[in-house]
Design a protein. Sequence first.
Length: 603
Amino acid sequence: MLGEFYTPTAIVDLILDSVGYTADNQIETDEYDLLDPACGSGTFLVRAANRLLDRLDRKGVPPEDALEIVRNRLHGFDLNPFACHIAEMNLLFQVIDLYRDVKEENPDYTLGRFHIYQTDSLRSEEVQGSLTAHHSSEVQRQYREERQQANQMKSREDYGVVVGNPPYVRIQNIPDGPAKDDYDDYSTAHYNYDIYVLFMERAAGWLSDDGTLGFITSNKFIRNRYGEKLRQFIIQNYQPRELINFGDISVFEGIQAYPLIFIADRINKDTRARSPDEFTPEEYAFTYGQVTEALPEIKQTAVASEATDSESGLETEPEIAAEDQLRDLIRRYLPDTPGGEPPRPNSTEAVSEEVEEAVEKQETPPIQVYPVRSELIAGDEWKFIPTDEHDVIHQMDEGAKEFQNFSGDRIAKNGVQTGANDIFLVDSTTIRKYGIEDEIYKPFVAGEDVQRWHSDAKEDEYLLYTTPEMNLDNYPGTREYLKDNREELEDRYTVKQGKKWYQLARHRPGTFDNEKVVTPDICYYSNFWFDESADMYALNTTYCLVLEAVDGYYLAGVLNSDAVQFYLRRSAPKYGNNYMRYQRDYIFGLPIPDPRGKRRYGR
């Protein structure tokens, strides 16, 4: 599994536009030398070649010179030798007419090979491949020359543009060996990281100072633990220009990758790495775009799907399709200058009728765009907040305390995890049948039961609250019921990891026998409810806020307010149809006005 997904040409063209690789710029010069370090069958290289050929044609460059410029300005690496072969063939198809013209003028002309190499982009000097004595001396010589050329290309630090769609492979799926050891040596290799993280670090080495990176990657490094070191690396080594977040909008055929287009300039090329406490980024603004469901469907238009021979993967002249114009549609919502105020298109002129009709049916724009200040990605947690709204957020933070400052020794926790709901959730009939003891079964709520200000607890359904400390022999009714289901209970992952067969997977001690504020873990609007009974239990589709220093009704009122709803919209992660995830870290950071009246929002 190489983690490769063909990139739609609409996305490729959008990235090439964003990095400035257009026929209007001097892309024939070495300042625009372009590298795709995970080139696959060459989608990025082919689209770049078409732009370069257009530029050379406009300038009237002779065909033979044009061929050499195309050959020497474009570079690609890939681990898959077949993909490299296809990429070279696809590039050859782009220049075949020029080559024919040159051969007519100069029959002795020979076109050198394109700079596409089968190699592991993330490793420097390669020794992983070898030839045996069964290979001829000529084959061995060619192999050594290619390895040397590949290493020379990989050791360059002056590429003007690095683009691509690096592979999505988690490190635990890489077999142990020298390659994995080399990957772990990267400074951004952290926790259960994904290989694309290393490509973002390695690209900084390939780029010249002020060179531009244009990747489409997973957006998970923004929030996930494995992205912590990469986020620190980015702020010191790149100045973002555009981040276009597709969220759960599908881009790659047959896979949900949560893609993000990341466009950034290389900075601080000759500056040593510093700790986050030492480093303060320069003040600038970049453009952030959140794609919405109003965007017309992005269909697969990669090189492989454009071929007349689908098995060969070779590119022929593609038909002009509506999806190819999505680039123009998205570009119309982006400012000309990174971090500038976005335009407000009133129509969808200059795009196809199919795209225009799809957009007009939607009430929201296909992409929501706004400038974001660099200070918002300078810390451990990245926040994408419009510049004007950031001032409001700042006032809220200044006029309140974070929730964790009110929680005392208590913390926000999600509810009970059973590992087997069909066994631990029982009705009154089961309770009577086995004589399950009163102190074991508890009333409970799940996330779907918690509403704004109130809850709808399950009728005639109870949670068996079993802990590792309990002596099961003291509860014969409970013991008999669990023994009848022991085989399924022992098959749970937590039991295989060492927990007792009869206990809950996570029982959250000290959480439920308190007054608490409860929220669903996923919902569209804030639905906080104050449980003053101190006897309601909750499943892990909820979060429970247990605190000592503030009244529960007061806290629920603040958390259900429009102000906190606004704050959460700009900080909490979002899922399908713009639902928010009410996780511990984001709840902890919520600003809560001092109930004694000494501090208020905006003061």
